[in-house]
Write a protein that binds this ligand. Structure first.
Ligand code: C2E
Ligand code: MG
Ligand code: MG
Ligand code: MG
Length: 287
């Protein structure tokens, strides 16, 4: 009996594996189609100044709406795009779309996420230069968000990409700090313009004294190294107070704004008093 059930399990395993591989292949094909047919969209999440809650930047976040009205999360399809080689095209498209849409949102910074695979691509920086040229987007208003994992693989190529990006005058932010292995020493070595503290860090700091102390010292070091610090994923007023008290420069999170389409950003920036939002309005905003 045990032999039979062993074989059963084995069969199940293979079946499961095939189904999973099949599903991934279907996602790859669908994503390629979506890209070709122009079904992807870019939304923008505002970042506010920690001192006065004014919008100072937006982060571009790619969206893939499904026919049934649901969304597939970029944390699902970006890794797939990286694996099947679609990331080059997808990443370039996001950059060009964001630089075009954000062109007349003067005074605010545009942040775009770039994945490790994009940075390891030796042609990336050259294509970025072309996108800046074609769109006329001012490089000093653009910032690329990278994660520490860009150093996995070939750190020389990634490092060279970063150097070239900086030569355009484009800023580099270290995203999701606190989720991986990156340490304070890492910050010193790779002089980023901005440090983004991951949501998990904000949640921990709000709940635990030790984490709070770590966060406060990290922010102090980052600021001493001339980096701007953004608190990500701020959902509660407590977390926002903490971020401000700890010296964060910007706050990003659903407490203030969710990611919204370009036309709504335009309205926000043009419309009544967005840049006059004050403390009393926090939480009654767009969310
Ligand atoms: P990320 O760069 O760390 O972006 C922040 C994520 O946190 C976004 O999820 C955003 O919608 C979400 N978020 C913002 N505020 C809050 C909050 O208060 N609470 C919670 N729970 N979440 C919040 P999203 O849009 O699903 O993106 C997930 C990840 O996918 C991004 O993480 C980024 O790593 C990647 N990604 C998104 N767009 C792109 C893109 O255009 N290119 C590349 N290479 N990666 C992208
Ligand atoms: Mg990001
Ligand atoms: Mg992040
Ligand atoms: Mg994050």
């Amino acid at each position: 009996a045990s032999k039979a059930s062993g074989r059963m399990r084995c069969t199940w395993f293979h079946l499961d594996f095939d189904i999973r591989r099949e599903a991934t292949r279907k996602l790859e094909a669908d994503l390629a189609t979506a890209l070709r047919e122009g079904e992807l969209q870019v939304e923008y999440q505002p970042l506010v100044d920690a001192k006065d809650n004014k919008i100072v930047a937006v982060e571009a976040l790619v969206r893939w709406p499904q026919p049934d009205g649901t969304q597939i999360s970029p944390s699902v399809f970006i890794p797939i795009a990286e694996e099947c080689g679609l990331i080059e095209h997808l990443g370039d498209w996001v950059l060009e779309q964001a630089c075009t849409q954000a062109l007349d949102w003067t005074d605010i910074t545009l942040s775009v996420n770039v994945s490790p695979a994009q940075l390891r691509d030796p042609g990336f920086a050259v294509r970025l230069g072309h996108i800046l040229e074609r769109t006329g987007f001012p490089p000093e208003r653009l910032e690329l968000e990278v994660t520490e994992t860009y150093l996995v693989g070939d750190p020389t190529v990634a490092g060279r990409s970063l150097d070239l990006i900086r030569r355009f005058g484009v800023g580099v932010a270290l995203d999701d700090f606190g989720t991986g292995y990156a340490s304070i020493g890492f910050l010193r070595k790779f002089s980023f313009e901005k440090l983004k503290l991951d949501r998990s860090l904000m949640v921990e700091a709000a709940n635990d004294e030790g984490s709070r102390t770590m966060m406060v010292s990290t922010i102090a070091v980052a600021r001493a190294l001339n980096m701007d610090v953004t608190a990500e994923g701020v959902e509660t007023a407590d977390q926002a107070d903490l971020a401000r008290a700890a010296g964060c420069d910007q706050i990003q999170g659903w407490l203030y704004y969710k990611a919204i389409p370009a036309n709504e950003i335009k309205q926000l920036l043009a419309g009544s008093g967005v840049n006059e939002r004050d403390e009393s309005e926090v939480g009654n905003g767009h969310v």
